[in-house]
Design a protein around this ligand. Structure first.
Ligand code: SAT
Ligand code: MN
Length: 586
């Protein structure tokens, strides 16, 4: 009798008609074989094996360089279960429309069966997925990003408890590209893209969109959050999880080299993109990182902004859409000065100074987490790490102060639900446009976001010590458009303030939106920052926030009756605090 997995592989092969099926075991030998094949067919370009051993460059099709949200669908029987922020199709209609694109799509190609575990191999919170793909690049990337191969098959056994994901490059024509999620049957179909979150199905498709649905059903949380540990001078580590939209610096924050290291504050990395969190037996919220690697944005990464990843990405790393120097080393904007002579751009043409960048703005490194010097020794703890704080943030040139703290869990959920950020190159479409992005989950929530807010509200009371909720904005600018805050390693000063708040040591000033640091409560020694700049960074302008409150109301209107009353209450409370403070300052 064949297993549920074998039956699904057979059924998928009948549809896609590959010339060969390869079951991936995740071994080094297999990876060497795939690498050799990709080098010979041009999928991989060899990088300098002396300075970058076992590193390769992949150039994706120039029309396929970022997630494509416009062709990403949540397919539920009822439209309202997907909600107003997701593209939606009826499951049967979606399958009828997209099945023909899979029909024969793997003719002449190999189908790789890629079994993987999301989460540490021995964690009760981990889950299994299997991706069928005709891309060797995807198979090799999945080996870095998850626990892939035999380890997953061994855990699965004959069980049907896995999330199937069918992926084909198709013809890479954007008009025949679809990323479909069927949360009711826990199934993923992706065709027409070989890039990032569109194609590495364990990441956004499973670990966020399908998992967020499972998490609501089962009473846990699947969030677009990094996980870090802040060590204090006594050696105690406090764990925090932070949600920022794609390409807003999650990886850099998670891997930060602390500017307060001499004072005994260090940052340890548990994860850089996704957190799965359960109520632990101790009543704490326990977080695991479902991933095993970092798929980080390359441009802007250098020895100052993220020295840990620079060190980590010098071996066993796949670079995608970066430029390459004459010495066959990867190169991108913001690495160091201008590209050296002889640099080849991300499309494979020799680069000349001009309008276009040498590396694509969304070019990436795919690096094993285990190679990071900042990796926490607890990153694979089966029970996860206890989370004491949530941090929400985005890019906001004007409005939001450097940091503020919410009053309580319900207010914290409101703060997350009202996040907004300027768009980045991580998704196709205009860059720099402000959009609402609740909990940084707008593109990743697999169900109605009103229900998602409700799920958040319900989680707080289940916890003995619900995490404190903060909001940060590293990206505030002055009137000349210059950043007010230095960012990167200096961000530890803000993390330290949060820790001091948690421990009842730091003073705060009340504002209508929440508590901002009393200026003396921030540890600023060693940093030259003027009092004016600090005031500017911490300022809460009631008139600006009243406008924001209106915009929030318009966004919430989309959800109609489904919006939880507690969220409306919080909005009313904010409006009244703002009008009182406007009167007080008149
Ligand atoms: O391409 S991905 O979706 O994996 C990266 C991102 O948008 O965060
Ligand atoms: Mn992300």
């Amino acid at each position: 009798m064949s297993t549920p997995l074998e039956s699904w592989v057979e059924e998928s092969a009948r549809l896609t008609k590959p010339s060969k099926i390869v079951w991936c075991d995740g071994s080094e030998a297999e990876n060497d074989r795939l690498t050799a094949e990709m080098l010979s067919d041009g999928t991989f370009i060899e990088l300098n094996q002396k300075t970058y051993p076992n590193c390769h460059l992949h150039r994706s099709n120039p029309n396929d360089v970022a997630r494509t949200e416009s062709v990403t669908f949540i397919c539920t029987r009822q439209r309202d279960d997907a909600g107003p922020t997701n593209n939606w199709m009826v499951p049967a209609d979606a399958k009828e429309k997209v099945r023909p694109l899979f029909d024969g799509a793997m003719k002449g190609r190999t189908m790789y069966v890629v079994p993987y575990i999301m989460g540490p191999a021995n964690s009760p919170y981990s889950k299994i997925g299997v991706e069928l793909t005709d891309s060797a690049y995807v198979a090799a990337s999945m080996r870095i990003m998850s626990r892939m191969g035999k380890i997953a098959l061994d855990r699965l056994g004959r069980s049907d408890d896995f999330v199937p994901g069918l992926h084909s490059l198709g013809d890479l024509n954007p008009s025949r590209r679809f990323i479909l999620h069927f949360p009711e049957e826990k199934l993923i179909w992706s065709v027409g893209s070989g890039y990032g979150g569109n194609a590495l199905l364990g990441k956004k498709c499973f670990a966020l969109r399908i998992a967020s649905w499972m998490a609501r059903e089962q009473g846990w949380m699947a969030e677009h959050m990094l996980i870090l540990g802040l060590e204090d001078p006594s050696g105690k580590v406090t764990y925090m999880a932070a949600a920022f939209p794609s390409a807003c610096g999650k990886t850099n924050l998670a891997m930060m080299v602390s500017a307060l290291e001499k004072q005994g504050y260090r940052v340890w990395t548990v994860g850089d993109d996704i957190a799965w969190m359960h109520v632990g037996s101790d009543g704490m919220l326990r977080a695991i990182n479902p991933e095993a690697g970092f798929f980080g944005v390359a441009p802007g990464t250098n020895a100052k902004t993220n020295p840990n990843v620079i060190e980590a990405a010098h071996k066993n790393t796949i670079f995608t859409n970066t430029a390459m120097t004459a010495a066959h080393e990867p190169w991108w904007e913001g690495m160091d000065g201008a590209p050296p002579a002889g640099t080849i751009d991300w499309k494979g043409n020799s680069w000349t100074p001009g309008n276009s960048t040498a590396a694509h703005p969304n070019s990436r490194y795919t690096v094993p987490a285990s190679q990071s010097p900042s990796l926490s020794s607890h990153w694979e703890d089966p029970e996860g790490v206890p989370i004491s704080a949530f941090i929400f943030g985005g890019r906001r040139a004007r409005l939001a102060p450097l940091v503020y703290e919410s009053h309580n869990w319900q207010h914290g959920v409101f703060v997350g639900a009202t996040m907004a950020s300027e768009t980045t190159a991580a998704a196709t479409g205009a860059v720099g446009v402000s959009r609402r992005d609740p909990m940084a989950m707008l593109p990743f929530c697999g169900y109605n976001m009103a229900d998602y807010f409700g799920h958040w509200l319900a989680m707080g009371p289940k916890l003995k010590n619900p995490p404190r909720v903060f909001h940060v904005n590293w990206f505030r600018k002055d009137a000349d458009g210059k950043f007010l805050w230095p960012g990167y390693g200096e961000n530890v000063r803000v993390l330290k303030w949060m820790l001091d708040r948690i421990e009842g040591r730091a003073a705060a000033t009340e504002t209508p939106i929440g508590n901002v640091p009393a200026p003396s409560s921030l540890t600023l020694d060693g940093l030259s920052i003027s009092r004016d700049t600090l005031n500017e960074l911490l300022k809460v302008d009631s008139a600006d926030w009243s406008e924001e409150e209106q915009a929030i109301g318009q966004f919430f209107d989309k959800f109609g009756e489904r919006l939880p009353p507690a969220i409306c209450q919080e909005q009313k409370a904010l409006a009244s605090r703002l009008s009182r403070s406007a009167v007080a300052t008149e």
